[in-house]
Structures are given as C-alpha cells and as structure tokens.
Write a protein that binds this ligand. Structure first.
Ligand code: NDP
Length: 241
C-alpha cells in the first residue's frame, strides 16, 4: 500500500458543501477517496457526497447532522467548517441583527461544529479541522466589520484548538481565500470587482478549485505537522497580513 492509498477513506464533514467553494472542497475530498457528508440548510450535495440538512446556527441541528453523518461514514476525522454569510454595510448603518447573523453563522457555527467533531477526533487521536476564513479577516474591508471580525476570530479559535488538542493528533488551520468567483462575489458591482482585480498581484480572481486543493492538502496525512496556520489562497492580495 502506498502512502497515498493509506490516507484514503477518512470520514469528512464539509459545512456549506452544496455550492461555491464548499462544493469544490467536497469534490476534492471525494477525489482523495474520503467519505464526505455535506451540511447545508437545504441538504442538497454534490454527487457522491451525503447531503444532510443542517442550519449551523442551530445547535440541535448540528448535533443531529453529525449523528447522521457518523452513522453513515463513521466518526468524523476531517471537518471543514466552510459555511459563511455576509451582511455588508457601513458601521453606522450596521444593526445588531446584521452583526449577530454573521457571527452566529461564520463564527459560532464553526465553534459548534468544531466542538462536536473534536469529540470524535480526540477518541481516534487523529483529526483535521479546517476553517474557511477570508483575506479580509486580517486585511480588513470597509463595510464588512461583522464579516471580517468573524473571520479574524477563526484564527484565534484555530490557534487555541492547536494549543488545546494539538498533542492528540488533531490539527486546526485556517484557509484564507481572497476574492474567488462564486455566488458570494457575483453580487458585487462590476466596478468593485475591477477595483479588487487591480489590487490583486495575480491580476485575477481565484477559482474554487484553487481553494479546494489547499483544503484537501491540509486534510491529508502529509499535513500532520501544520497547525495554527493561516494559509492564504488570494493571489498575493493579503501579503504581510
Ligand atoms: P456561497 O454563498 O456560494 O456559499 C455559502 C455556503 O454557506 C452555502 O453552501 C450555504 O448553504 C452555506 N450556509 C450559509 N448559511 C448557513 C447556515 N446557517 N447553515 C449551514 N450552511 C449555511 O459562498 P462561497 O462559496 O463564496 O463561500 C464559502 C466560504 O468561503 C464562506 O465561509 C465565505 O465566507 C468564504 N469566502 C469566500 C470568498 C469568496 O470570494 N467567494 C472569499 C473568502 C472567503 P445554504 O445557503 O444552502 O444553507
């Protein structure tokens, strides 16, 4: 058995795996031979993955979704907490509901899933926790005080998890995409996208597969000594942050 074959067949959960970056992550993990459950509110999933309806803002739904995933695929070994929303507006207009929704989905949703997945990972003494952060978590972005704060906080969570459970074979990292072509960026006005493009050293927006390849690497056996890291996939946009 080669080392590549030896790493196949892990039980993986991807939140927000039904579309965009998450769907590409699901496909990359399936291609690596993992058994993948995809959580989203609608419960749809790319072909080959087990779709499970789960709103990550609801603790009971998260618990039930992990139970269903583990009944089908065994104890969770890989978690990609990828669900995310934006509610952009300038701070003077941002209301508590806009702050709370983004925090509850992007940060507390990731916490709920990481907590539940850690239980299985600690028992197995092996785990990979990967949070989908964002370049704006450390770079900042006008109109995204809520969103960038939620993504920056994932860095603290990954690093604290690393210190807390790193000695038990569990790694926790953040993949920080820059501007990637998905539904989330499709809603941006053309002039905003052109502005971003001109500030990205690579001169283009990123592709979902470029993010997925990085996540799949971190989920694998060969990334076992990488933890508490923030890995940018941003064409150089966030350099130095
Ligand atoms: P999409 O809007 O295409 O996908 C967002 C995903 O999150 C969907 O699968 C959605 O599923 C899921 N989701 C949202 N709310 C919930 C919820 N309450 N419970 C469960 N799932 C939920 O966005 P992207 O693919 O672009 O984004 C994926 C991740 O990447 C996000 O965390 C985003 O912040 C991050 N990111 C994206 C960038 C980009 O340029 N596109 C850049 C940097 C980071 P459903 O609505 O069906 O429940």
């Amino acid at each position: 058995m080669t080392s590549t074959e030896a790493v196949s067949g892990r039980s993986a959960v991807v939140t927000g795996g039904n579309k965009g970056i998450g769907a590409a992550i699901v496909q990359a993990l399936l291609a690596d031979g993992h058994r993948v459950a995809s959580f989203s509110r609608g419960g749809d999933a790319p072909e080959g993955a087990l779709g499970i309806a789960c709103d990550v803002t609801d603790g009971a739904q998260v618990e039930a979704a992990f139970k269903a995933a583990e009944e089908a695929h065994g104890p969770t070994e890989i978690l990609v907490a990828n669900s995310g929303v934006t509610k952009d507006t300038l701070i003077l207009r941002m209301n508590d509901a806009e702050w709370d929704l983004v925090m509850d989905t992007n940060l507390k949703g990731a916490f709920r899933c990481a907590k539940r997945a850690s239980r299985s990972m600690l028992r197995r003494r092996w785990g990979r926790i990967i949070f989908t952060g964002s370049v704006v978590g450390l770079y900042g972005s006008p109109g995204q005080v809520n969103y960038s704060a939620s993504k920056a906080a994932l860095v603290g969570m990954a690093r604290s998890l690393t210190r807390e459970i790193g000695s038990r074979g569990v790694t926790a990292n953040v993949v920080a995409p820059g501007f990637i072509e998905t539904d989330m960026t499709a809603v941006l006005p053309d002039e905003v996208v052109a502005g971003y493009r001109s500030s990205i050293p690579a001169g283009r927006l990123g592709l979902v597969d470029e993010v997925a390849a990085t996540v799949a690497f971190l989920a694998g056996e060969r990334a076992g000594y990488i933890s508490g890291a923030v890995i940018p996939v941003d064409g150089g946009l966030g350099m130095g942050h």
